[in-house]
Design a protein around this ligand. Sequence first.
Ligand code: APR
Length: 382
Amino acid sequence: MLAADPALAGGTPAVQGRGGILWFAGRFNAASGAVYLGFGARMCIVRAQPNLGVMPPLDSNQKEIPMPAGKRFKITCVGAGNVGAAVVQYCAEMDLGDIILTDIVEGLPQGKALDLTQAAPIRGYNSVVTGTNEYKDIEGSDIVVITAGLPRKPGMSRLDLLEKNANIMAEICQNVVKYAPDSIVIVVTNPLDVMVYTAFKKLGFPPERVIGMAGCLDSARMRAFVAMELNTSMKNVDTMVLGSHGDDMVPLPQYTTVSGIPITRLMPQDRIDAIVERTRKGGGEIVSLLKTGSAYYAPAASSARMVESIIRDERQLLPCSAYLTGQYGLDDVYIGVPVRLGKEGVEEIVELKLADEELQALHKSAEEVRTGIKGLQDMNLL
Ligand code: APR
């Protein structure tokens, strides 16, 4: 717009029109004697409307087409720690819906929610963020992201966390069943593949509505390492990392490309091997650097990416921990595989053609998950 006079907002423009994706508007302000003119592309109408009062689009009879009311999604994040708060931040910044942040620690989710609310005017998001210690507030959630649990400490393996986090998961799932029985649940708590299996069993939801976040994160790490090695844009790099979220994960160099070019043509094998190894140890590298706590920006960004694909029904092909029923020769286990994520949750599990050693690595990885599951069964926790 040439002028952002509030007088223009809400008033009927003296002149208006549109053709294709272009529009224009003009108005004479009697008080100031000024003439205001506006023009732009259709995209601008939507973005500028709240502040500049640009007229809504018109139908062929020159009647205003009401802005679609749209559904406001309700997203819950259980666990207001480092990962949970960052999940809420990213989801809010993408305006994915209104967000409930909950935790057992009194004041923690309320404080972080208020802080994120006060960031909204500057960051420009409309998501309403509410902190609570009451499970009843998650009622009717469309998506529940579970980040509650203990983070890994230096020298601690993910499996060390097993018992403690399985108990936490059971308590949370009981409340999700009670208050958000139709939700899609994304588990982030480690040890990931065992925890999402635990959630699946405790929730009793169909498997397409219970998904683990891991492959997105591992693939993002590999993307970053490839881009750093080649000094190229992260956006150009595509990777696929399958298997469990642990040292036995299965990064797939044969499915790693830079703008469609296989990395095997861009760097020598020893550099690829080093990247694969660094990806496998990606979480541990950050734990050692931080000394207290574990990674949270990339895990949260990966979780928000999954929420986005579901809420916007984008059907993105993302590596996620999904329940297998024979795919890749595996059954009754959660493991990282490429899935299409849409409004129903896991809408498809994609079976890639794997080399023999990759398939063997995937099976070895599944064995590690089964060991964890068996550990919980032995403790009567499953
Ligand atoms: N209900 C709700 N919240 C809980 C519960 C519970 N029963 N038990 C613990 N929490 C909360 C804690 O109070 C804490 O605020 O979970 C939060 C965990 O936050 P952090 O300790 O900061 O851990 P974070 O770094 O966020 O990691 C969370 O994600 O990546 C994984 O390995 C990581 O399993 C860990 C999880």
